[in-house]
Structures are given as structure tokens and as C-alpha cells.
Design a binder for this molecule. Structure first.
Ligand SMILES: Nc1ncnc2c1ncn2[C@@H]1O[C@H](COP(=O)(O)OP(=O)(O)OP(=O)(O)O)[C@@H](O)[C@H]1O
Ligand SMILES: [Mg+2]
Length: 253
């Protein structure tokens, strides 16, 4: 039996007069990889920012292990955030720090590890994502793909229980994209981490996901295994999967 680690109930979020999430319900199963798909501007990034408490919803609940994080203040939220690792859509590295310092940052701020131990962990994670030897480079000196991999190394460095990936492979060449996809799978298999992945890559979604949730008009229009999603008789879902109509248009990054 699966067990939910995150339970989202009737979530609403608007910006000004524009509703983005309109009563969204979703369960995230512990130790599984759940992909969130849907058209550009549909609210996917907003949803994961709500899940880690970077945004507050207008109403609704976000239960993490049964505890609603919506009413929490910064102090309590920080404790919950330790359980999450996040790879932002634009990698969000600190421009004033080297790549090595960026990846070490969570260890420096959240652990009492010695410099030598931190160095070793940073080297180990950099090797995992294929970034050996560029510790001393600045984020502006490396490519977008390398920044994304550095962001991934930083997201996994504290070995969090829940990993959130916002378009981890967008903008990467196919070989690099597959490498990141494989890393997501390996990380889940090795550590049994719960992963939530936002993606516009339908073939990768169907290949890797345990569960797929599609956002449409502010709600989850379909949820299930890749096989269940593919067998859906909802025409919105079918159009999206085949790239027609509301298809996986992507203009960013
Ligand atoms: N901080 C904000 N202030 C105002 N509007 C916002 C804010 N963040 C997001 N939005 C709006 O909310 C909507 C959903 O945005 P979101 O970034 O979640 O889309 P998305 O599904 O992640 O799209 P993409 O696939 O292009 O990344 C968009 O219309 C966006 O302009
Ligand atoms: Mg987004």
C-alpha cells in the first residue's frame, strides 16, 4: 500500500483578479516520483512554491505528514523546509558565490560539518551530476545546463525526504536531459526520496513517473500511472499528450 506524504485539499490561489489554482486536490505518495504536467502558465511552479511555503494560498490545506503548513509562520516553515530539496526552474544559484560555495551552502547553513567534510560531500555530489573540477567557477561563467546540474547537486546535498524539481531538463541537450532524468530515478531508488517533478517532456514523464498529475484550469484534471493517463478518455489529456490543442507549448528558459 502506498502512503501519502503530502495531501493538498481545495487549494485556491489568485494573483490580483487572475485565479491560478481553483480548488486543487492532490496526494503525493511517499517514496514515489510524481510528475506534474500542464500548459505553460497553468500554475505548476506556483503549486510547488505553495508546497514549500514560498507562497501562501488564498484558502485550502497543504498537509505534510498530516500537518497543515498553510498557517505556519517563518520559523516553523523553516523547520518543514529542511525536509525539502528544491531545484528551481532557473536553477537560482547565488551569482556572488562560486559553484562550490553554492552547492555547499545548505551544508554550511544547516549542519555543523567541518570544512573538510563539506568539501568531500560537495565533490561527491558534483561528481554525481558530472561537474567535476569547476568548484571555483562563478555561475555566470558556465552554461545553463551546467547551472541546472549545479542546482541539482545543491538540492540533493542535504539528502532531503522530498525533492521538488521545476523543469529540471528544460533547455538541456537530449544527452544531458537523459542524464538528469536518470539521476532523478537513481536518487529515488537509492534513498527512497519522494520526488515531485514538473516537466514539459511527455516521453520522459511517461517513462519515469510512478504517478502523473495534469493541471488544467486550476485543478488536477487527471491523475494516475503513466498507463492510466495514456488510457484516459479525457480529450484535454489526450490532446496534451499528443501535443495538439492545449499542447505542451513551452516558450521560457
Ligand atoms: N508572483 C507572482 N505574481 C503575479 N503573478 C504570478 C506570480 N507567479 C506566477 N504568476 C502567474 O501565475 C500563473 C501561473 O504561473 P506558473 O509560473 O505557475 O506557471 P507554470 O505552469 O509553471 O508555467 P511554465 O510551464 O511556463 O513554467 C501565470 O499566469 C503567472 O503569470
Ligand atoms: Mg513553471
Amino acid at each position: 500500500m502506498t502512503e501519502s506524504i503530502i495531501q493538498i485539499n481545495d487549494l485556491h490561489k489568485s494573483f490580483g483578479d487572475t485565479p491560478v489554482l481553483r480548488g486543487l486536490n492532490l496526494s503525493i505518495e511517499k517514496g514515489e516520483i510524481t510528475f506534474i504536467i500542464g500548459r505553460s502558465g497553468g500554475g505548476k511552479s506556483v503549486l510547488i512554491k505553495l508546497i514549500i511555503g514560498l507562497l501562501k494560498p488564498d484558502s485550502g490545506q497543504i498537509l505534510v505528514d498530516g500537518h497543515d503548513i498553510v498557517p505556519l509562520g517563518d520559523h516553523d516553515l523553516n523547520r518543514v523546509r529542511h525536509r525539502f530539496g528544491m531545484l528551481f526552474q532557473n536553477a537560482a544559484l547565488f551569482d556572488s558565490m562560486t559553484i562550490g560555495e553554492n552547492i555547499a551552502f545548505p551544508l554550511v547553513t544547516h549542519t555543523g560539518l567541518k570544512e573538510k567534510e563539506i568539501e568531500e560531500l560537495v565533490e561527491q555530489k558534483m561528481a554525481m551530476v558530472g561537474l567535476e573540477g569547476i568548484q571555483d567557477k562563478m555561475p555566470t561563467e558556465i552554461s545553463g545546463g551546467m547551472r541546472k546540474r549545479a542546482g541539482l547537486a545543491r538540492a540533493i546535498i542535504l539528502e532531503p525526504e522530498i525533492l521538488l524539481f521545476d523543469e529540471p531538463t528544460t533547455g538541456l541537450d537530449p544527452i544531458m536531459a537523459e542524464m538528469i532524468d536518470d539521476l532523478i530515478v537513481q536518487t529515488q531508488e537509492r534513498t527512497n526520496v519522494t520526488s515531485i517533478v514538473i516537466s514539459h517532456d511527455i516521453p520522459a514523464t511517461l517513462r519515469i513517473a510512478h504517478n502523473v498529475a495534469m493541471i488544467y484550469e486550476g485543478q488536477i484534471v487527471t491523475y494516475g500511472t503513466p498507463a492510466q493517463i495514456q488510457a484516459s478518455d479525457n480529450h484535454i489529456v489526450q490532446q496534451f499528450l499528443t501535443g495538439e490543442g492545449e499542447g505542451p507549448m513551452y516558450l521560457g528558459d
